[in-house]
Design a protein around this ligand. Structure first.
Ligand code: TXA
Ligand code: MG
Length: 412
């Protein structure tokens, strides 16, 4: 069992079975100023909140994107607990999660200041973000904000940067947890560092068993890839990480027409492929070696060594690589939206293959991608072949960004 600083903990999954409608609501959904907790107390949420406020061991909780590993963002020992549990380098800043705009505004003003009181009529939220907040919050968008000095936030949150990243998740469970705590929660994705982000409570348990005490289980995450991270404090504004909100829809917002990509896409990465195995920047990676085929690459002939087991993730166009179902393929049910077909490779029947079809819809691909990588890993494949998709539109850019980072080799 894994340990956190030498201590082995008992990790419990606490299911939150309340229907979404009874998990709280905004007093006024047009202002997002105040999140109102449900009338009836939800024991698992209460227990998690008490733990978050009294201990320095983080709590895993679901958001609409991926599971987060949360800690009180105002307390240094609690934030340090995140880095310890994940094995994350402490120079990578964390996203702050708020339950409403009142909580965010408080973070933008200095604590216990003796300076003249800021003009109450001036909103501390920079104007550039207003159209984004109006359109995309609560939801999978993270904005960079100036961190006042002194700050309410523990210095470990920002890793020495003058800004902090903030988002208001749309998961009602997450909003009620933050609101119950009454403090913002710093939360990276709840995977062990370098692994694919977790989209179920079981994924979190797999990575962090023995390292944390509580995992709140709200079922599989809806979106499946992390939030889009944007910086509107520079000119032109930049998308630092593609995610649950598309670049095209950000461009439609006032002040964001000239937004630029601050990450590499197919035009920069695909052209120099294949990259040498082992030379990659490891991130989102299962144990198995991932070989990514860009959407423009022809369907490969997959040859497996005798007795080996390969994994295949199909998306829009690839047909099955297995010997016809009647002779060899057998479906394995999973807890997620797909089944795994198990059989022999048609092109080299001495090798076995586990094949997952995520379908042609980008939302379905995003929803199940990390799960599929983890499922194939858990079933002991050594190599995973993935059919890539076009970067354009919706959250395809986020899917391909994660896949290119997970891949040891890119063909296309
Ligand atoms: O959907 C999500 O964003 C999930 C859920 C749990 O909310 N969280 C997440 O956190 O993906 P994490 O820590 O795995 O990724 C945070 C990203 C990193 O790429 C980090 O470098 C960037 O946000 N980031 C955070 N604060 C920043 C800052 N002040 N300046 C630049 N980048 C920042
Ligand atoms: Mg992460």
């Amino acid at each position: 069992m894994a340990t956190n600083g030498g201590t082995v903990m008992k990790t419990r999954i606490l299911p939150v079975s309340a229907p979404a409608a009874s998990l709280g609501q905004f007093a006024d959904p047009t202002t997002l100023d105040k999140w109102v907790l449900p009338v009836e107390e939800i024991p698992a949420l209460k227990e998690a909140a008490v733990h978050l406020l009294s201990s320095s061991i983080p709590v895993a909780f679901p958001t609409e994107t991926v599971y987060g590993l949360g800690a009180d963002a105002t307390r240094s020992p609690a934030v340090k607990g995140i880095y310890a549990a994940k094995g994350r380098p402490s120079d990578n800043p964390l996203i702050i999660h708020v339950s409403d705009l009142t909580m965010l505004r408080a973070l933008l003003t200095k604590p216990n200041t003796t300076e003249p009181i800021q003009d109450k009529d001036v909103d501390p939220i920079p104007a550039i973000y207003k159209p984004l907040i109006k359109r995309f919050w609560p939801g999978p968008l993270t904005i960079l904000l100036p961190n006042p000095q002194p700050s309410h936030l523990a210095p470990e949150v920002t890793a020495g940067l003058p800004t902090f990243g903030a988002r208001m998740p749309s998961s009602q469970l997450a909003l009620s947890l933050i609101s119950l705590c009454g403090v913002p929660l710093a939360a990276p994705s709840a995977n062990a560092s370098t692994k694919p982000s977790p989209t179920t409570a079981e994924h979190v348990l797999h990575d962090l068993d023995g390292r944390i005490e509580i995992i709140l289980d709200g079922g599989p995450c809806q979106v499946g890839v992390e939030s889009t991270v944007v910086d509107g404090l520079c000119d032109p504004p930049v998308v630092l990480r593609p995610g649950g909100i598309s670049l095209d829809s950000i461009k439609e917002c006032a002040g964001w027409e000239s937004v630029v990509k601050g990450y590499k896409d197919a035009s920069e990465i695909g052209s120099c492929a294949p990259r040498a195995p082992g030379m990659k920047y490891k991130h989102y990676s299962p144990k198995a070696t991932v070989v990514l085929y860009e959407s423009r690459a022809p369907k490969p002939a997959i040859i497996g060594e005798e007795g080996s087991k390969v994994g295949i993730i199909r998306t829009k166009t690839w047909s099955s690589f297995l010997l016809p179902a009647s002779t060899s393929a057998s479906p394995i049910q999973t807890s997620t939206a797909y089944t795994i077909q198990q059989g022999l490779l048609a092109s080299s029947p001495a090798a076995e293959a586990l094949e997952i079809s995520l379908g042609a819809e980008i939302k379905d691909i995003a929803h199940s991608l990390f799960s599929a990588l983890r499922d194939l890993d858990a079933r002991g494949v050594q190599l995973i072949y993935v059919e890539g998709i076009e970067d354009e539109g919706d959250i395809a850019a986020a899917v391909m960004n994660r896949l290119r980072k997970a891949a040891s080799e890119i063909v296309g």
